[in-house]
Design a protein around this ligand. Structure first.
Ligand code: PMV
Length: 350
């Protein structure tokens, strides 16, 4: 039972973004926002959303929802939030009795091509489940419920609840895995793959021509869909072993192959489309050449966009930063790149 509430209550959470190593691309038929294949991501601790929710008892029949980004009203986001509230209303029933004022900000520029929806819906779900007051914040049951809710906002958001790596989607080789919510990677990660970082090289900060929602949908009629889902299952089983045994060479191969497969699926759907840009390819080729020359432990990956995530072992941080500044910046829009440690997790701020 949730608490009877007569006054405005508020809570603030910080929720990190994440970058998938094995990609979620395509939804299962039936159900809401269930993945066609399992995925795993690293949590990007320094690229987060910070959200405060003010909840007060509803004054009129229609629920009032106001959304502010960086202090400015963003009515264009409100329909998405209404859909989200509708979807979670059977899980957190009390939300439909509240008027909500949601104030959010990100550490990264909105529209920089970083998965802002993962951090944003993650933070909102954390606030709402906390305000409901049924589960002890930070308990495993709390995070499970938050993960279910976050998934209903944006699939990949459900993986942002965990320190280190989050796995979403049922897979025999991963005990406790589920299509409904993500879990923390259940095994010890090898020291060679523990202290990595991500430098996100911003190639394009514009609106995507094809949204992720449209992209997922195209898998329904995609000629290679089943082969892709099977491959993702195999890749995740193997990546799980690699994270435990520290085989960095194979880690690099699996992660880069996943990134290219994601974009290959976009290029081979009907209608086909391209999200990578010439500078995306230029950066990838520079990374390959540098790795060949130096044997540094680094890999690129891509989200559904043109930006390149350069994952690297933090022991090589100085070298990698020099490399970025000397060789990759010319390909970045406005010379912009964003850095994050891997790890951390959500935080309650008040
Ligand atoms: O969470 P969505 O619906 O925005 O889908 C995101 C899918 C990818 O970012 C491309 C891959 C992933 O697993 O995060």
């Amino acid at each position: 039972m949730s608490k009877i509430q007569t006054e405005t209550q508020s809570v603030t959470y910080r929720c990190p973004s994440n970058i998938a190593l094995v990609k979620y691309w395509g939804k299962k038929e039936g159900g809401v926002q269930l993945p066609a294949n399992p995925s795993i991501s690293w949590t990007l601790n320094d690229l987060f959303a910070e959200t405060t929710v003010f909840a007060s008892p509803k004054k009129e029949e229609n629920q009032k929802v106001e959304f502010f980004l960086d202090g400015k009203p963003k009515p264009s986001f409100e329909p998405k939030i209404h859909t989200f509230l509708q979807r979670i209303s059977s899980i957190v029933p009390v939300v439909s009795q509240w008027d909500l004022r949601i104030e959010s900000k990100n550490t990264f520029p909105h529209g920089a091509g970083i998965a802002s929806s993962a951090a944003g819906f993650g933070a909102l779900a954390l606030c709402l489940v906390d305000l409901e007051g049924v589960l002890q914040p930070s308990s495993p049951e709390f995070y499970q419920k938050v993960s279910i809710c976050a998934r209903l906002g944006s699939g990949s958001a459900c993986r942002s609840m965990f320190e280190g790596a989050g796995i979403w989607g049922e897979l025999n080789s991963i005990p406790g895995s589920s299509d409904e919510y993500a879990i923390s990677f259940p095994f010890e990660i090898h020291s060679r793959l523990k202290n990595w970082k991500d430098a996100v090289l911003i190639v394009d900060d514009g609106e995507k021509k094809v949204s992720s929602t449209q992209g997922h949908d195209l898998l329904k009629t995609h000629a290679y869909a089943n082969a892709r889902f099977e491959q993702a299952n195999k890749n995740l089983t193997e990546l799980s072993e690699v994270l435990q045994n520290g085989n960095v060479e194979r880690f690099v191969e699996l992660v880069e192959s996943e990134a290219l497969q994601l974009h290959a699926m976009m290029m081979s759907s009907i209608p086909y489309y391209l999200l990578i840009r010439p500078n995306t390819l230029a950066i990838i080729e520079k990374i390959w050449a540098k790795r060949e020359e130096t044997q540094w432990e680094m890999a690129f990956t891509l989200d559904a966009g043109a930006n390149v995530h350069l994952l690297y072992n933090s022991q090589q941080e100085d070298d990698v930063m020099n490399f970025i500044n000397a060789e990759l910046l010319p390909y970045c829009k406005n010379q912009l790149y964003l850095c994050s440690a891997i790890g951390g997790g959500p935080q309650k701020l008040n």
